[in-house]
Design a protein around this ligand. Structure first.
Ligand code: FAD
Length: 317
């Protein structure tokens, strides 16, 4: 069976959930090989984690030479590994970084690339949701090694014991790949909430919050969810752009998306319409978000959200 390379997305060796999803998908296409680029002293936990999701092999790439650079060296690592093992496909997370790596890799390998896949089946044949969800496209790479960037939360990770045979891999990194250096990197202020792009539940607020995100944040915390926002809320300066969902913000695909005070403009939908279940709370019964919602509540989010928090806490009268 051919190998399917999966680029491991991790923070100091702790793998992110989308990597478990990619490994699950990879098992449909061939034999998953995880590619861990990071510090060798961080690799033990990552190796154990990827084995749990079926990695038959783990390529360990010590990043001491490339840690201080942006993503270009990672594309070179994957290129050289792909030349060595001729994989059936290469899977990466469809994040900002993942897509940049995938794009560079596709050019280097002369291969076709599909981004923002929401499903990948044998072939590999991908499914994408395009034009703000108005079309579902099935596609297949017809040239070179299929490179596929898969959206977080597109599938549920399934455990399966993998041999996880560890092999060290050394790549030769070109000077041009080192032409953009990281000067400083500061961790995001810890909110204690899950990462927006990966969260299983997202509670988002729009202009209808009137600038007070407290009800949105309280509901998010009651559900263990991430907080998101519409562009109107971001443009008003109520919340930072890092929380924006939509065409010019993040794309999310959670199991549950709760929108409060968001009208449902096409550019907002572009970032959340692949959510598995959508709940909308809006004072306007004709708001377009209700066309998309599985459950709609016509009401004031400042009343509805605190009520839900009370119900969750079992304190509602
Ligand atoms: P509005 O459209 O003003 O809707 C507010 C809603 O809140 C209304 O439906 C109202 O009935 C309801 N409401 C008011 N008070 C309450 C209350 N107390 N309780 C409950 N409901 C209430 N938008 C994005 O979101 N993301 C993007 O990435 C994005 N990219 C864009 C890119 C381009 C090129 C362009 C042109 C636009 C983009 N937009 C984007 C903007 C988009 O077109 C909309 O303007 C924006 O999504 C509207 O945000 P909103 O729904 O919060 O505000």
């Amino acid at each position: 069976m051919s190998e399917v390379l999966v680029l491991v997305d991790h923070v100091d060796g702790a793998i992110r959930k989308p990597t478990a999803e990619l490994l699950t998908v990879a098992r449909r296409l061939g034999e998953p090989s995880a590619v861990f680029i990071g510090r060798t002293d961080h690799s033990a936990g990552a190796v154990a984690a990827v084995r749990k999701y079926g990695a038959a092999k783990v390529y360990l790439v010590d990043d001491s030479e490339i840690r201080d650079y942006l993503v270009a060296p990672k594309a070179e690592v994957l290129q050289q590994l792909a030349v060595k093992v001729s994989p059936a496909a290469i899977l990466v997370t469809s994040s900002f970084e993942g897509k940049e790596i995938a794009g560079r890799l596709a050019v280097k390998l002369g291969s076709g690339l599909i981004t923002d896949a929401v499903d990948v089946q044998e072939g590999p044949v991908t499914t994408q949701s395009v034009f703000a969800g108005n079309y579902t496209v099935r596609a297949k790479v017809t040239k070179g090694t299929p490179i596929i960037a898969v959206k977080p939360n597109s599938s549920a990770p399934e455990e399966s014991d993998g041999a996880g045979a560890v092999e060290e891999f050394r790549a030769t990194i070109s000077e041009s790949a080192k032409s953009a250096r990281i000067l400083a990197s500061e961790p995001r202020q810890a909110t204690g909430r899950p990462d927006l792009a990966e969260a299983a539940i997202v509670v988002a607020g729009g202009r209808g919050t009137g600038g007070d995100f407290t009800p949105v944040e309280k509901l998010a915390d009651a559900l263990g969810a991430a907080v998101g926002a519409s562009r109107a809320a971001v443009d008003s300066g109520w919340i930072s752009h890092a929380f924006q969902i939509g065409q010019t913000g993040k794309t999310v695909s959670p199991r549950l998306y709760i929108a409060g005070g968001i009208s449902g403009a096409i550019q907002h939908r572009a970032g959340m319409q692949t959510s598995k279940a959508i709940v909308a709370v809006n004072t306007d019964a004709d708001a377009p978000i209700f066309e998309l919602a599985d459950l709609g509540v016509v009401g004031d989010l400042r009343v509805v959200f605190p009520k839900v928090v009370e119900l969750l806490a079992g304190t509602a009268g």
